[in-house]
Design a protein around this ligand. Sequence first.
Ligand code: MOS
Length: 741
Amino acid sequence: MNDTIIGRPMARVDGALKVTGQAPYAYEYPAQGVVYGVMATATIARGRVASIDTGPAFAVPGVLHVMTSRNAPSQHRFGPGDATGLLAGNRFLFARPVLADDQVRYHGEPVALVLAETFEAARDGAARLDVRYAIEPARCALEPELARAYRPDAINAGMETDTTIGDFEADFARAAVTVDARYRTPYQKHNAMEPHAALAEWREGGLVVHTSTQSVANTRKALAKTLGIDVARVRLHSPYVGGGFGAKLGMQPEVVFAALAAGLLRRPVKVAQTRQQMFATVGHRPEMIQRVRLAADATGRLSGIAHEAWMQTSPHEEFAEQAAAFTRSLYAAPNRITRHRLVPLDLPPGDTMRAPGEAPGMMALEAAMDELASTLGMDPIALRIRNEPAVDPERRVPFSSRPLVRCMNEGARRFGWDQRPTRPASRREGDRLIGYGMAAAIRPNYMRNGAASVAMDAAGRVTARLDMTDIGTGTYTILTQIAADALGVPPASVEVRLGDSAFPENWGSGGSFGATSSGVALHGACVALRAKLAAAAGRPELRIVDGQVRAGGAAEPIATFMARVAPAGLSAEYAHTGSGKSYTEYSQHSFGAHFAEVAVDALTGEVRLRRMLGVFDAGRVFNPRLARSQLIGGMIWGVGAALLEEGVVDPRFGHFVNAGLGEYHVAVAADVPEVDAVILETPDDKANVFGAKGVGELGTCGSAAAVANAVFNACGIRVRDYPITVEKVLAGLPDARIRAG
Ligand code: MOS
């Protein structure tokens, strides 16, 4: 491969389009005679809609129709179903009818759609609907309901619910040193900059939809199944996506609403969710209680690890975040337990949110490791190195590569870890207590199905087509690099076209598998195209370098070659099904280490991040500029998770009180004065043809724990109830102040 193209920090090929407003998003497509739809949502947690008086809505000039459960077109019942013969197991392919009955399952569930000539009229109409409810008792708080926890058959991504190895309980009872800690992580919300939106129009018997999705194939199939129509009749476009973070892996209600309304009114219909609505209707990371128990000898060698999680689910749609799954692969110990339990609450269903599993799970385990290091009086990095496994501790298969120690050591050197105060609350600058913290990062690497077509025209210009999405991560750019590299042409002569269901099918952008899954597909198509070029020329040894075709000692520009050999152009396709055996025969992960320095105000309890460094190894990197941007973004998510983020439920009414980005706090620029990500590159030949692994979620695996551990190091207060707010620090401060003296 040509390393001058793959691995180059190329700027985004779609950057100029985006910053000049020329990259159209779903809601922005023009449509002649468009109708606007606005959802009205339930204001109770559980019960049913007794009546809806639509009169006040119709009094608003321009209101055309009000869709409720009484008059909504019939749809496939919720769930996998079999009407269209599509894969049943993937919950992103479930039929998701809207207004299917009069039941209210959660506060914020859509109960009506108001359609009008203008957005303003639709919104006004929705606000004026007189909805009456028959209220039933609801359970909306996790802690009081823990006794109702049940064991799900499987957890997210089809993983095992529980694992047990050895005899943890006996080992824990006799261990020299133990940690037994309970952590709480709150509801967290993915709330993409581009709200969920759809434009639907029936044209010549087919449905054309513009929407914002991470997976064109998922959303298209789920929509076809919901409507009960052949998937071939749905054309879906999603060329630009303003963030997804897991909320756009599957179809959300605005897509179904737009499609149904377009059929009813025989006009194009646009429906966008408001940001406030998205706090209920697009899923969330569930609130969790985690108990971590560690057993070690006096030298810090672990003999037992138990990681148990209890979390919210919906009685109507089960979601189990794999919070303890990574623990199965992280540290060695002969006695082990991982467990996941679900508590049904009358709240919206939880869903995949960036680094599902590791993001909340490492906030517990990596904090517990810090607690153990502190109990032992041991350096946290030394503790982790002592417990490095030779093979995957539960699966007993080799790691494809295991650069964790390298990441920790390199990070320690660059961060100045040797300057860390060894005693908590021992470094003071004026009123501020200074502390350092670290945590490991691990995220499984796997590939999903991918397919691509690539064509070269008579002028040597290349067009690649995939139904893949670019959710802001830089997919257009890396695929341009991959095609240019494989075909030996300059990136400027490659055009990558994405986000159209007419193009070859990819799983999409998610699980950090997007870049490699679609990249392997495109690389395969380019290799096939190269073979076709060689065959057309009758020169098996043919190579293309810098846009010159070389064969038998001669060279000619690619345009001359194509005009002579294949004036009609040539194209090729390639498809693959994902990781396959390399994933089952090896334990395959990306790794990293986070380092944070915080200052805790000894008088007010305010925690400020001072600087943060992550050192990561995700194998070969396609584009270091884009990878670094993903990693830094993930680290900043961790800062928010540690210090700020919390979806607060009012248990009386079951709604998220702080539904909006003014009230749901995320880390902003002022919260992250200095943050850097360094990328090591240990190519992983077990991963794929590139030796590349996923980076999208790695940055947020462990980052929150590094911040929490720094807070403890700064002030000696261990807050196990996230986020670490002023009130919680303040509650423990007097002791720390005396110790800091
Ligand atoms: Mo990610 S939660 O798989 O979009």
